[in-house]
Design a protein around this ligand. Structure first.
Ligand SMILES: [Cu+2]
Length: 238
């Protein structure tokens, strides 16, 4: 009898409380947090930078030479990789931000833009020519917006965690990514390949690195109160 009451209760809880809220991230004050820092390395011989073929609107877009951003290695470090904690459910506050994607010179700056779900992205067009911003998303509604030369700014909002490919339908070489995070622990590597995640509550987590060309890799990391743990990722081409 007792068991059936308990199971009725559990079934009721599962029906009433949506699964998404059980999985949601809970933000608050972190007093004894530690730091996860490190570097993402490219394993193997670094690929030679590939020049992009700028075959349209050259007077604006070809002012500076552009390298293919989809695999950039700098001194053995992997650039534009996102390092994040994949399985953290509780930690520092997560607040939606206003972030900027600039199309200056027919290139997305930054190439990989990471932010928390619920944030707004202001997309700038200082080029004086037409761009068309086109997102390829599943969880968020995709957008496909013409941005003529007089429209210097437009804003989109992404509410769901997801990695989203962004392209320009006018300039085939323009590509970028939105990394929409479900928690505030993430970083994008620059030329130094380094990352630093601060105020992480003590515990054991799955630290994940994502790169558009090389895929994902993860490792377990244990964070101790007020200590810094150093992690190295080495990712090879598959
Ligand atoms: Cu464009």
């Amino acid at each position: 009898m007792k068991r059936s009451i308990l199971s009725t209760f559990l079934v009721t809880v599962l029906l009433v409380v949506p699964l998404s809220s059980l999985l949601a991230y809970e933000g608050g004050a972190v007093s004894d947090g530690g730091t996860i820092s490190g570097v993402v390395k490219f394993k193997g011989a670094a690929p030679a930078p590939k020049k992009l073929d700028i075959n349209k609107d050259k007077e604006v877009c070809a002012k500076t030479a552009k390298n293919d951003p989809t695999l950039l290695v700098s001194g053995g470090n992997l650039v534009n990789a996102v390092v994040s904690i994949a399985d953290i459910k509780k930690g520092k506050k997560m607040e939606p931000q206003k972030v900027t994607l600039d199309q200056n010179g027919c290139e997305y700056h930054p190439h990989v833009l990471a932010f928390v779900a619920g944030s707004s992205v202001e997309i700038l067009n200082p080029d004086g020519i037409l761009h068309n911003v086109h997102s390829y998303s599943k969880a968020n509604s995709p957008f496909n917006v013409a941005q003529p030369k007089f429209k210097k700014s437009l804003t989109v909002k992404l509410d769901k965690p997801e990695v989203v490919s962004v392209k320009c339908d006018v300039h085939g070489w323009m590509s970028g990514w939105f990394f929409v995070a479900d928690n505030p622990y993430f970083g994008v590597t620059d030329n130094s390949g380094s990352f630093k995640l601060t105020d992480v509550p003590p515990g054991t987590y799955t630290l994940e690195v994502w790169h558009e060309t090389l895929g994902k890799q993860s490792q377990k990391v244990t964070v101790k109160p007020k200590e810094e743990v150093k992690i190295t990722f080495e990712i090879a081409k598959k």
